[in-house]
Structures are given as structure tokens and as C-alpha cells.
Design a binder for this molecule. Structure first.
Ligand code: PNS
Length: 162
């Protein structure tokens, strides 16, 4: 039987419990999920690509079927290079929809073989963004219930907090 493989792309600056929820639940649908750190032209990451990769590797280490990678370029080119034609994205609220619609349509235009599969995040994470997490830690407060322990530790270090 052919393996069902999805690529889960994102900035992951840093990975949150919301991302991990999508990864975990997607393993009920896909045999393999390849998490790939890509760059979002509209964001300047706080964590380097290597730091984001290391945090993703650590936090998904126990999940069978998950691998982690990074790529400098277009998602469609990564998909082509790795022979996969399914991109997986999490959806929190209707606010996400417009941007996701633009991206998935552009990706289909660039490569009609690609499909984007959307998975709703669990309700307890539908407010959660890496941007808000970074903002809170950068301004001296913490959100340990929103990120895995390794990410909490990395954020404390990054923003010189106790
Ligand atoms: O976690 P994010 O910031 O919502 O992820 C956005 C990301 C990284 C998936 C998107 O910006 C992306 O695919 N970047 C790679 C470059 C690319 O393919 N751009 C065209 C997308 S239409």
C-alpha cells in the first residue's frame, strides 16, 4: 500500500502546543508527516533556522512517523524535491482562512498537482499564535501552558528571563 505522506510547512518561530496538536492529530490520517521550517517573507524570525529545527526535533522526538527538515525556497519546490504532493496546514479561526486561501491557490497555480489539506486546531488552541508567544516573552512575562517545556526554556534564555 502506498504511504500517505503530508508536508507540514510553517515558520515555527517557535513551535507551540497548537502546532503539536495538529501534528499529533494528523498522524491519524497520514502515515508520515514531514514538518518543514520555511521562511515567511513577512516575518523576521527570533529563532534561527537551526534553533527552530532543534526545538521541533526535540518536541516531536516521541512521535512515530514525524520527521523534521528545513528548506530555503518555495514550498512547491520543496514538495517537488521530496516527491510529496500534500501540504498540511492548521486552521484556527475564519481569520486564518483568507491568507490560507491565498497561499493554497498560489501553490496550486505554481504546481497543479499539489493539494493543501486543512485541519482545524483543537478549540483550546484556537487563540494561540507564535507571534503572541514571542511578544509575551519578549516583554518579560511567560506562557508555559502554551508551549512545550523545551520551548519555554529556550524562550527564557532568548529573552534573558528567569
Ligand atoms: O507559520 P506561517 O508563518 O504561517 O507559515 C507560512 C509559510 C512559511 C508556510 C509560507 O510563508 C511559505 O510557504 N513560505 C515559503 C515560501 C513560499 O512558498 N511562498 C509562497 C507561498 S504562496
Amino acid at each position: 500500500m502506498t504511504k500517505k505522506i503530508a508536508v507540514y510547512p510553517g515558520t515555527f518561530d517557535p513551535v507551540t502546543n497548537g502546532h503539536l496538536d495538529v501534528i499529533q492529530r494528523s498522524l491519524d490520517i497520514f502515515d508520515e508527516v514531514r514538518v518543514v521550517v520555511l521562511n515567511n517573507a513577512s516575518k523576521r524570525p527570533v529563532f534561527s533556522t537551526d534553533e527552530r529545527l532543534a526545538l521541533l526535533k526535540e518536541t516531536t522526538a516521541d512521535l512515530k512517523g514525524v520527521s523534521v527538515d528545513s528548506f530555503d525556497g518555495l514550498l512547491v519546490d520543496y514538495l517537488k524535491k521530496t516527491g510529496c504532493n500534500v501540504a498540511l496546514r492548521g486552521l484556527r479561526t475564519a481569520t486564518d482562512l483568507e491568507y490560507e486561501f491565498q497561499m493554497s491557490t498560489t501553490n496550486s497555480l505554481l504546481d497543479p498537482a499539489i493539494d493543501t489539506v486543512f485541519m482545524m486546531t483543537s478549540p483550546q488552541y484556537n487563540f494561540l499564535t507564535s507571534t503572541l508567544v514571542r511578544e509575551v516573552y519578549s516583554l518579560g512575562r511567560t506562557l508555559p501552558s502554551c508551549v512545550p517545556p523545551a520551548v519555554h526554556k529556550a524562550l527564557l534564555k532568548k529573552f534573558s528571563l528567569k
